[in-house]
Design a protein around this ligand. Structure first.
Ligand code: HXC
Length: 257
């Protein structure tokens, strides 16, 4: 399929998605959201695909929501159309999505990266929530996800001042899982995604779902949810295969059942 704002490539079991609005530093407009939602629906529906990587350009992952699209809006249309609510659907993607961030991830760009399951950062990455400088605020979950990811102090400072943090500060704060030399970012992200896509598919879904529960419930409910899903995996053929393969010192051959 062709997308107006994205380049989509299949690298074996990995869907590599490149944001492609270079004239606007990949600012996220309604078309980007539509395109991303179609790619994510296709990913979930296609058993040949196991994981996605979303990346941008060397200069910008995404410099925010599209300011030119929002400029003329008022409260009635923003609230009436529940502007940005469509991004909730993005977060319901069931297969893992890795953000590979080089350059600017600002405003909605930082929020999109945080909606992915984890972030791999190039050493050139810069993260920030500069919306306050436009007299607005994060609107795609950024204040909530940033606070959960880096804690109140740093989230509050970033939202109130718009200060950007670099890749090392982001790694120290727990916002990103790893920092990678910029030249290797996309290949390393695809390699990481390929490793995930080679795991038993139902176990991948379950592991993603249970880690996400840590963000959405309290500890007791999350632990209970984890244990039930863990029990559920013992109803899969791949669990028998995985444990037999370990005992027989061979690689598992998954059926996704
Ligand atoms: C629309 C954008 C854009 C954006 C950049 N561009 N960011 N267009 N929306 N978020 C456009 C510029 O207008 C310019 O187009 C072109 O991309 C290149 O950008 P420059 O500013 O010339 O590049 P540079 O000088 O290198 O500066 C890079 C930058 C700066 C520091 C990233 O572009 C910047 O500050 N961007 C805005 C960052 C921001 O405030 N993001 C938050 C957005 S609000 P032309 O046509 O002039 O060449 C948001 C929150 C949503 O995301 C919730 C609120 C409701």
């Amino acid at each position: 399929a062709d997308y107006e704002t994205l380049i989509v490539e299949r690298r074996d079991r990995v869907t590599l998605v490149t944001l492609n609005r270079p004239q606007a530093l990949n600012a996220l407009n309604a078309q980007v959201l539509d395109d991303l939602l179609s790619v994510m629906a296709a990913l979930d529906a296609d058993p040949s695909q196991g994981c996605a990587v979303i990346t941008g350009s060397p200069k910008a992952f995404a410099a925010g929501a599209d300011i030119k699209e929002m400029q003329a809006q008022g409260f009635a249309t923003m609230y009436g159309h529940d502007f940005f609510a469509g991004w909730d659907r993005f977060t319901r993607t069931r297969k893992p999505v890795i953000a590979a961030v080089a350059g600017y991830a600002l405003g909605g760009g930082c929020e999109l990266a945080m909606m992915c399951d984890f972030i791999l950062a190039a050493d050139t990455a810069k993260f920030g929530q500069p919306e306050i400088k436009l007299a607005v605020s994060p609107g795609m979950g950024g204040s909530q996800r940033l606070a959960r990811a880096v804690g109140k102090a740093k989230a509050m400072e970033m939202c109130l001042t718009g200060r950007m943090i670099d890749a090392d500060e982001a790694e120290r704060a727990g916002l990103v899982s790893r920092v990678i030399p910029a030249a290797d970012l996309v290949e390393e992200a695809v390699k990481t995604a390929a490793a995930i896509a080679a795991m038993a598919p139902l176990a991948v879904l379950a592991n993603k779902e249970m880690v996400n529960m840590a963000f959405e419930t309290g500890l007791a409910a999350g632990v209970q949810f984890e244990r039930r899903l863990f029990h559920g995996l013992f109803g899969t053929a791949d669990q028998s295969e995985g444990m037999a393969a370990f005992v027989e010192k061979r690689a598992g051959a998954w059926t996704g059942k």
